[in-house]
Design a binder for this molecule. Structure first.
Ligand code: BGC
Length: 382
């Protein structure tokens, strides 16, 4: 309420002054500055009173006179250097704008200091709510503090902000992502030497994915059926770093590896490039995540076993709906709580879906996530 009043006040003052001057011109005979019949000061009868800001930013009441600004949401992203985040950006913009709300978007491509500056800039532009995809789960706590000190609430999108009083977390069930990966691969390879190529250690999701994988692997490890011979984070999630890790794993084990779980499709791509160089691509099952087009194509050609599909459109629709509610001062219902080291964050977690050769068509293609001709572009004729 306070924020809306702060935004409406300057416009209201301007109207009062304009009307007062006009009144002065018209009523020059009695010389009173827009005085009412009862003698009270001001021009209260003539002023269009501010009505609540609608999602479309249009004021109710008399048309044309009110000058309220529309609600605006800031979307501070980590990177746009990966396929999925371009979808997130475009679909989030679309979902927010469909609700009649403006959105300002920035991306810092892995630069923590830049992400903080960009978020501060959006706050100074008067955003009503900030949605953030943190590059660094810890460093972005500073943004949450800044936003709160300006009365702006913050939603963590896809990735959690740690040790901060974040207002809401909207994501997928990320532990389940890892469980789906490990379930698929252990079905194929219930015994043997496993490599785990993790995500970026600075991303809380990377920890959740890994937890999920090891929830499933642990009984196999305990029984001695599975040995994890290599387990490493991938700095900044880059395919090049994942490739270097996989090369190291192959070398240290004389190429005697039976299965690889990679934290996402970008890292799976790096892993498969390393396997290709050793003539092993397609011979060792590899799991990834994100249902990137390149991964779907690798599933068709047989160099990647599975991926995990996270319907990004559903995530953007949910995040946009909740962001707009909160920007309007409402408290949305969140059925889960996730501890971020400081508080139990109200959370909304959507479900990921395991995808392999058998259900590609029924999932990502049926959903329009990728076009069938693109997914099957490199398929060998049967
Ligand atoms: C996301 C993944 C993505 C990875 C790298 C994670 O936080 O959940 O979908 O592949 O970041 O950008």
């Amino acid at each position: 309420m306070k924020r809306i009043w702060m935004r409406v006040r300057p416009a209201l003052l301007a109207i009062v002054i304009v009307l007062a001057v006009a009144a002065c011109d018209n009523n020059g005979d009695d010389g009173r500055l827009g005085a009412d019949a009862d003698g009270s000061a001001g021009a209260s009868n003539s002023v269009v009173s501010p009505s609540p800001v609608s999602p479309g930013g249009e004021a109710g009441g008399s048309s044309g006179t009110a000058v309220e600004q529309p609600i605006k949401i800031g979307f501070s992203m980590d990177t746009l250097l990966e396929e999925r985040w371009l979808k997130d950006r475009d679909l989030f913009r679309e979902s927010v704008e469909a609700l009649g709300v403006e959105v300002e978007i920035s991306a810092s491509n892995g630069d923590d200091a830049l992400q903080i500056v960009q978020a501060e800039t959006m706050i100074s532009h008067g955003i009503d709510l900030l949605v953030i995809v943190p590059h660094n789960a810890e460093a972005t706590a500073a943004i949450v503090k800044k936003a709160h000190s300006s009365g702006v609430k913050v939603i963590a999108y896809d990735r959690l902000v740690k040790n901060a009083e974040i207002d809401l977390y909207v994501s997928f069930d990320n532990e389940l992502v890892g469980e789906l990966q490990a379930n698929s691969i252990t079905k194929l390879v219930p015994k043997g030497k496993y490599v785990y190529i993790g995500g970026a250690e600075t991303d809380n999701n990377a920890h959740l994915f890994k937890e999920g994988v090891f929830n499933v692997l642990q009984p196999f490890i305990d029984s001695g059926d599975i040995t994890v011979v290599y387990d490493q984070w991938t700095k900044d999630w880059t395919p090049a770093n994942a490739k270097a890790n996989m090369e190291e794993a192959l070398k240290a084990n004389n190429n005697q590896i039976d299965a690889v779980i990679a934290a996402n499709d970008a890292t799976a791509g790096g892993v498969i490039a390393a396997l290709e160089a050793q003539g092993l691509a397609g011979k060792i099952p590899v799991a990834g995540q994100d249902a990137d087009l390149a991964a779907a194509q690798r599933i068709v050609t047989g160099t990647q076993e599975m991926t995990v599909y996270k319907p990004i459109h559903a995530l953007t629709l949910k995040a946009a709906e909740l962001a707009v509610m909160m920007a309007k001062g409402e408290t949305p219902h969140a059925d889960r709580k996730v501890n971020n080291g400081k508080i139990e964050v109200p959370s909304v977690l959507l479900s990921p879906i395991a995808v392999d050769r058998l259900n590609l068509d029924a999932t990502i293609i049926a959903d329009g996530f990728h076009a069938k001709e693109d997914v099957y572009r490199f398929a060998q004729p049967e």
